[in-house]
Every structure is written in C-alpha cells, then in structure tokens.
Write a protein that binds this ligand. Structure first.
Ligand code: NAD
Length: 293
C-alpha cells in the first residue's frame, strides 16, 4: 500500500519505519528537518501531493495548529485527497477541533480516524504503542493492519471522531496527577529524613505501587530528567484537557494545579526536561532543594 506519513519526528520516524519494513511505500513531505536516517520514503513538495498518491495518510504532528495547516492549509491534504482515502491523525490534539477536521476530510470524500498513542519513543521504536481510536468501525477495521505494525493495545474507544483524543487526554490527566502525587510524597519523605530509595522500594510492594512510582519515582531519585516526555508537551496536553473540560462544564481542579506546577517548571527553564522534573516545582514551594540538580 502507498501510505502518506507526515510528521517524521521523535514518534513518527520509528512508526513510519515499521510500516516501510512491512513492505508499504511511504510518501512524505518535510518541514525543515531532513528525512530521518534509515527511512526509505519518497519526498513530495507538499501534503496535497502526498495525499494525491496515497491510499492512507497518517499524521504525527506536534499540535492542533500543525494538523490544521497540514490538512486544510494551502497545499494541504484535503486539496489533494482522492475519494476513499483514509486520513488517520495519530498526533495528540484537540478533540473539539478533531471533529472539524473530520468533517472537512469527509466533505472531500475521504474517511477520518483520530488515533493518538501512548507509550512514548520507547513504544514507538518497539512497535508496542497503545493506540486509542475514534471513528467509524469500518474505518477502524481498515486501519487495524497498519495499527498492528505500530502498536499492541489497540482500542476503538468510540464510533465518533474525537473519542480517541478524549481518551488520550484522560490518560494525560492520570499520568500528570500520578507524577504529582509521587513527587509530593518524595519531597515529604525526604524532608522528614527518610531515604527516598528505601521509601520507593517499600511502597512498590503495597497499594501505592504504580508504573509512575516505578519509572518516574526512580528518575526523581536519580535526578535524571532527560526526556522521556517533555514538560512542554504535557503542558500542551493538559491545556487541551482543561479547555475541553471547560466547554463540557466539567471541573478538573487537580489537573489545573498540575498544569500550574508545569508552568512553574517551564519558568525555571525546564520546558524540555522530562515531566518527572515536576518535583522541582514542589521543592520550590517548600524551599527545599533535593540534591543532584
Ligand atoms: P516532534 O516535534 O518530535 O515531531 C513532529 C514532527 O512534525 C517534526 O519532525 C516536524 O518537523 C514535523 N512537522 C511539523 N510541521 C510539519 C509540516 N507542516 N509538514 C511536515 N512535517 C511537519 O514531536 P513528537 O514527539 O514526535 O510528537 C508528535 C505527537 O505525538 C505530538 O502530538 C505529541 O504530543 C504526541 N506524543 C508524543 C509522545 C512522546 O513521547 N514524544 C508520546 C505520545 C504522544
């Protein structure tokens, strides 16, 4: 199959490589950055030219305005789309704007799935991403063989566009609040004089055990804040969650607090640090700097 793949960054590059390794032809267009090493793809001048030659177009772009530009802007996907083409947006973007994008693609004779992922760069490289899709069952069934080349836990969350993005934002709320809880416990226990590694080890055997305590708790102890998942991206996702919640009349008090702590981190120059660096904002609130940076 000829697959258009636009957005060959941290996540998109390894995902496209899995599709190419399975024998699919990859068409792409670039935005300043060169073609990633090891990816065999045909580079076309714009997204419209990519869509004109592809049966399926996958997007893995940073944010909502990027998807807007690549889909609906001049030389965008919709301008070159052939009827029957499936557009799959795997970026994490606004569930509300997703519905507008889906309508535009459908009006041009195409089909649309939103299918954001979790699992990070490690999951992208290992083809073990969790994929959360929103859209028609028939479109999901059509995309499934491609999803299986990139991920493992693959769910059609709802037969409406935006459902996948909503699920992804729910994921980001849970991850942020878990990181915040682990960071609070770490500052509390350390200032009380406990050894943080022993505290983590004890808690991993009990009801407070979690993947976040295991992975991010370890990063907070070793003070290794190389991303991972950047504070900047998590801020974007929490902003999407908060604005979607506002439009639904849903209060997310602790998500709002976590977002403010991320903003504090960004103000300290940590926007490109791993999100476990959230602990630095809590240390600031208690005027208690843990050793090791
Ligand atoms: P990234 O910034 O590394 O990659 C984005 C790519 O899109 C870049 O290569 C950029 O050049 C390209 N791009 C931007 N505008 C373009 C255009 N007009 N035409 C062609 N290419 C264009 O970002 P990423 O980390 O790969 O994340 C992509 C998406 O996946 C984001 O929405 C992010 O929130 C989500 N995500 C990221 C992770 C992670 O761990 N990094 C995990 C899960 C989900």
């Amino acid at each position: 199959m000829q697959i258009g793949f636009i957005g060959l960054g941290v996540m998109g590059a390894p995902m496209a490589m899995h599709l190419a390794a399975a024998g699919h032809g990859i068409l792409t267009t670039l935005n300043r950055s060169p073609l990633p090493d090891g990816l065999v793809a045909e580079v076309r001048p714009d997204a419209a030219a990519v869509a004109a030659g592809a049966e399926t177009v996958i997007l893995m772009l940073p944010d909502t305005p990027d998807v807007d530009r690549v889909l609906l802007g001049p030389g965008g996907v919709v301008a070159g789309l052939r009827p029957g083409t499936l557009v799959i947006d795997m970026s994490t973007i606004s569930p509300i704007e997703t519905r507008r994008f889906a309508q535009a693609v459908q009006a041009a004779g195409g089909s649309y799935l939103d299918a954001p992922v979790s699992g990070g760069q490690v999951g992208a490289r290992a083809a073990s991403l969790t994929i959360m899709a929103g859209g028609a069952q028939a479109d999901f069934d059509r995309a499934l063989p491609l999803f299986r080349l990139m991920g493992k836990n693959i769910t059609l969350v709802g037969e409406v566009n935006g459902a996948g993005q909503t699920c992804k934002l729910a994921n980001q709320i849970i991850v942020a609040l878990n990181i915040e809880a682990v960071a609070e416990a770490r500052v509390f226990a350390s200032k009380a004089g406990c050894d943080p590694a022993r505290v983590r080890s004890a808690l991993m055997g009990g009801f407070a055990a979690s993947r976040i305590l295991e992975v991010h708790g370890e990063r907070m102890i070793s003070r290794s804040f190389d991303p991972g998942f950047r504070i900047r991206l998590h801020q974007k996702d929490l902003a999407l969650a908060l604005s979607s919640a506002r439009s639904l009349g849903v209060a997310l008090p602790n998500t709002a607090t976590a977002q403010e702590l991320m903003t504090s981190c960004a103000a300290q120059g940590l926007a490109d640090a791993d999100h476990s660096a959230l602990i630095r904002a809590l240390e600031g609130l208690s005027a208690y700097a843990l050793s090791g940076g």
